[in-house]
Ligand binder design. Structure first.
Ligand code: PAF
Length: 268
């Protein structure tokens, strides 16, 4: 597995590649959700590169950035074991140089509402870094997890304009046996917290069939010490492995001071 720390070194490798390139952008603290993206990329593409960069621009709270889990040694061990071809590990000044002239894309209308309301500046930060990464990595296909549903929509929206030849694939959320969506943030939950957090998917699954029960959902989550930020139905248009999905229920909230998001997507 090759490691690249600079764009220059990566460029040389990229130019030498004859195979198709799959790209999995991450912020590290890897779990099986990330590995699902990697496995799909490996199945579909000639070579696979993963980036690990904790993007400071997408954290709207300094403490969230500081507390974000960082497990680089373990991440690299896992990526090597699953047969990733290359890892891009830039430092912050490589991504955002001092005299920065890069004209980054801006998020479109899909960034309005939900995360856009509760995390001001978040999607500007995500699009800023993902645009740079697409520009430098030059992948044929990029893979994103559906757990960050709105992020998938925002990225597809800007990429369809700026990178029309780039294929964006979204991959179904990987869950624990309890239903809890896998997330790097789960590492910060206590064991009891992880048990309680399974109520989120329980509620989403119920609302899919009984949409009038939102208040029940919020109250039930509160009994598990989960404070809801939003719990809403959404109309979407998302092509997935399982076909076109047109509806979703989306959730964001706090448990043990940790912000968790999840969703359920379906066709009706
Ligand atoms: O989903 C994430 O981990 C991040 O938002 C991403 C896409 C790697 C950009 O920093």
């Amino acid at each position: 597995m090759k490691l690249f720390f600079t764009r220059d070194k990566w460029r040389g490798y990229r130019e030498s590649l004859e195979e198709t390139l799959g790209f999995v952008p991450t912020m590290g603290a890897l779990h099986n959700g990330h590995l699902k993206l990697v496995h799909q990329a490996k199945k579909e593409m000639g070579k696979v590169v993963v980036s690990i960069f904790v993007n400071p621009k997408q954290f709207n709270k300094a403490e969230d950035l500081i507390n974000y889990p960082k497990t680089l040694e373990n991440d690299l061990r896992i990526l090597k074991a699953v047969g990733v071809d290359a890892v891009f590990l830039p430092i912050t000044s490589e991504v955002y140089p001092k005299n920065d002239t890069y004209e980054s894309a801006l998020p479109g209308t899909n960034a309005l509402g939900l995360e856009g309301d509760f995390r001001p500046g978040h999607f500007e930060g995500v699009v800023n870094v993902v645009d740079r990464l697409f520009h430098w990595m030059k992948p044929d296909t990029a893979y994103f997890g559906q757990k960050d549903l709105q992020q998938c929509m925002v990225i597809k929206e800007f990429a369809s304009v700026k990178y029309p030849n780039l294929n964006i694939v979204t991959v179904a959320t990987e869950r624990e046996n309890t239903g809890l969506a896998m997330s790097s943030r789960n590492m910060r939950l206590s064991e009891k917290g992880r048990e309680k957090a399974s109520a989120i998917y329980e509620v989403l699954s119920r609302l899919k069939d009984f949409p009038q029960e939102i208040q029940w959902g919020i109250n039930y989550l509160a009994t598990k010490d989960i404070q809801t930020e939003y719990l809403e139905p959404l109309e979407i248009e998302l092509h997935t492995e399982a076909g076109l999905m047109n509806r979703a229920w989306v959730f964001a909230g706090y448990l043990e001071n940790i912000r968790l998001i999840d969703n359920i997507i379906y066709y009706r």
